[in-house]
Each structure stands twice: as C-alpha cells, then as structure tokens.
Design a protein. Structure first.
Length: 445
C-alpha cells in the first residue's frame, strides 16, 4: 500500500477543528443568555420605586453591544443552558403545623362559651328557701345573759346567804339596768322572805328572785288590742269604725320600721291595713313606709313634706272607713320628750285620730333598749301626754341592759307588748315574761 500524504490544506483544517467546536459551544451559551433576558419582565421605572433614603442609585447598565466572545474557552459549567425563572413554578405556602396565638385561644372555649357549658342561673331551678326559724329569747339574749351569769353563778356557789351575797345580787341588777328603785324594792322583798325563814340557801335566793321578776312582768294587759270589724256585718258604711294604732317615740328608735313590721304581721293574720305616713318632717320616712306598705300588701296615705301630721291621719282614717279596712297604723314624727310644743302637737294627732269613724285602741311607745334608763324618762313623758297603752322595745338582742323591761313595768305600770329580737319582720315578737326571765337566769336552758 502506498501511503497517502495529506496536503497542507487538510492539515490546517484538522488543526482548526477544536477551535471551531469551542466557538460553537460559546455561541450557544450566548444565545441562551439572550433568550433569558428577553423573557424577564422589564424593570419598573425609577420614578415608581423610590429609593430608600441614603441609598445609592446603581448606575444604569450600559447599552453597548455585547463584545464578541473571546477565543479563550469558557468553563464547562456554562455549557448547560440555564432554565428560565418563569419556567419554575412558585411553591405553595407551607401549612402551619403550629396554630397562631389567636388559633390557640380559639382551640379552647372562650369565657362566654365556658359559662354556657353549664346552665345559667335562669336555667337552674333554685331550691325553695327554707322558712326562717322563729327567734327565741334564749337564742337572742346572749349579751344580757352573759352579764348576769357571772354574778348569779357566784351567788349560787355560796354556802350561805351573807353580805357578799346581797352585794352580788345588787350589782347584777343595777348593771342589767333594772334601776335603783326597782332593785331596792326587789331586794327588800327578798330580805323579808329570808328573815321569815322562807328562803334558807343561796340557790333558793336566786330562784326566788327569778320568780319575783316573772310576777312583776306578767300583766293582764300585756297583749295587743284585737283588730276586727267595728260592725256586725263588717261592711263599710257610716256606722263602720276603724281601729287606729298610734306609734310614738323619739327619732332613731326604729319607729317607722316597727310600723312596717306590725303591718306585715297584721296582713298575714288577714286584717286589712292602711298606713298613715304622718311623719312629714323627715323626708325619708314616707318613702320608707311606702316600701313597707308594698311588702305587706297594705294601703298608704301620704302628705306633703312639712305638712300637718293631723291632716294625714284624718285622711287615712276616712279612706280606711270608706274601703272597709280594719285598722290604721299611724307613724308620727319623732318627738323630743322635753319639747313642750312638739308634745302638744302629738296630743292634737291623738284627738283627730279618735274622731269617727276612727277610734284609738293602741298608743305604742317605741323605745330603744340600748338607751337604758333614758328610755324610762321618755316613757314617763309620753305616757302622760298621749296615754301610752304599751311599749315596743326594739334592739333587745343587741344590749345587755334587758332590765329596763322591769323598770318600765314596775315604775310606770305600762306593759311591754312587743320586743325586737332582730332585723327581720318575723323578729318582732310578743313579749313573754317567763321566756324572757328564763333566758336571763338559766345559762343551761
């Protein structure tokens, strides 16, 4: 075989082949870059996107034509065409596996929802309230009993009756506000029985004192006057009579409240009651009595503030007679027992209340048990002015001076008819001498 010797042209072509291949690759990359730049959205004008303060504005790119590619081969990496950005889909927003604070709060019930998870007060059927227990002297006279317990215990523990025994008894009665005169009378009677041999021991002396107090307090006129129709038929008419109860006393003893409690008591017994707000000098008195009338289911007659109390009582009696009511309870203004003009006005109220169809059947003096002997002085003046028929002793549960009951009964002959053992309407009870004395003397009772 004859060897073929390539010509010079062929040799040149073979030497230039690698260079040509490199140029082809470079040209392909430039073309891809050019296509990518054409597919990108144009940049917004500089006027639409203000530069941040202090930031440098980048220079605009030169618009000079792209220089021809150099003969130096490019790195092999550029041989792979770049995928345009628009071709890549935007990944969806990741799902939050942890709830936001708001969602966390809503994952548990809101306070309103929590409340609604249980029945509301309106939906819950409340059990009926138990009936209030009736107050007892034993349960409400703890202060007075505590004062006497020490003295009476010392007397009972004595071996014999001597001077110390009499001193203990005297101090006990004085401290309980029985009064000096009533105390002297009681001890004088007991001394006579000891001298006569009827009492021989200290314990017997205390028992005799207890029995003597019950005898003094037991009065045949201690009960309240009956309330009922004044005619056989009980129908309203010209012959109809209306019972009138006057409530008198100084300011602050609980007079208006006592009227309201008595009204509640009488209406529960079936009586038809009219209230007369004759305390026209105290602005809150009429409002307070109106509230009690609403609770008791009674009628009420009011007058102008500062008006004539007698006129209010007169109107109330006339109205009660026309409507066939049984009783008028008249609340009078607080009177100072040492003011002559005020006492005279109270006398006028009593005269007006006694005119037909009215008839005064009770004049109840309201006293505050905590005032002690001062209450006795008030009772003397009011009894002389308006012929007091009975005493209402309020706040007896809050004092140790229960002995004022003995002083009023013995020195004035006016019976204690009602006593207040608390704030409720049911706490105004009939006075019971035996239960009262027993509550004071018997610590174990």
């Amino acid at each position: 075989m004859i060897p073929v010797i390539p010509s010079s042209a062929t040799v040149s072509l073979l030497l230039a082949a690698p260079v040509i291949a490199v140029l082809v690759v470079v040209a392909g990359g430039v073309t891809a870059i050019s296509l990518r730049s054409r597919r990108r959205p144009p940049a917004p004008p500089a006027s639409e996107t203000p530069a941040a303060p202090g930031a440098k504005t980048p220079p605009e790119p030169s618009k000079a034509p792209v220089p021809p590619p150099a003969a130096t081969p490019t790195p092999p990496v550029r041989s792979t065409p770049t995928v345009p950005e628009t071709a890549t889909p935007t990944p969806p927003a990741p799902v939050r596996s942890t709830p936001t604070p708001a969602e966390t709060v809503r994952s548990t019930p809101t306070p309103a929802e929590t409340v609604r998870s249980t029945p509301t007060p309106a939906e819950t059927v409340a059990p009926p309230e138990p009936e209030a227990a009736r107050p007892t002297f034993r349960g409400r006279l703890g202060k007075a009993r505590g004062l006497l317990a020490g003295y009476l215990g010392a007397v009972r523990s004595g071996d014999r009756i001597d001077a110390t025994t009499w001193d203990e008894l005297e101090e006990a009665l004085i401290r309980a506000d029985v009064g000096v005169r009533s105390t002297d009378a009681l001890l004088g009677m007991l001394r006579g029985r000891v001298k006569a041999g009827e009492i021989s021991s200290a314990g017997g002396l205390v028992d005799a004192l207890q029995a003597s107090l019950v005898e003094i307090l037991a009065s045949p006129a201690a009960g309240l006057a009956p309330v009922g129709p004044g005619t056989a038929s009980g129908e309203p008419g010209p012959d109809r009579t209306v019972d009138v109860w006057l409530f008198v006393g100084v300011n602050g003893v609980g007079k208006t409240t006592t009227v309201g409690k008595v009204a509640t008591r009488l209406t529960r017994q079936g009586a038809r009651v009219t209230l007369a707000a004759a305390d026209t000098f105290r602005a809150a008195a009429a409002e307070q009595l109106t509230t009690w009338a609403s609770r008791a289911g009674a009628d009420i007659v009011r007058g102008n503030e500062g008006g004539d109390p007698s006129a209010v009582v007169f109107d109330a009696v006339q109205r009660a007679g026309a409507r066939g009511h049984d009783v008028v309870l008249a609340d009078t203004a607080g009177r100072l027992h040492n003011k002559v003009n005020l006492v005279e006005e109270l006398k006028k109220v009593r005269r007006i209340a006694d005119r037909p169809p009215g008839r005064v059947t009770e004049v109840l003096l309201v006293l505050d048990a905590t005032t002690g002997q001062n209450g006795l002085a008030q009772a003397k003046v009011f009894s002389e002015a308006v012929e007091v028929s009975g005493v209402v002793l309020t706040k007896l549960d809050g004092t140790a001076k229960g002995g004022i009951v003995v002083a009023i009964q013995r020195e004035l002959g006016v019976p204690v008819k009602l006593v207040g053992l608390g704030e409720g309407a049911e706490d105004l009870v009939d006075f019971q001498p035996e239960a009262f004395v027993e509550a004071l003397f018997d610590p174990a009772g």
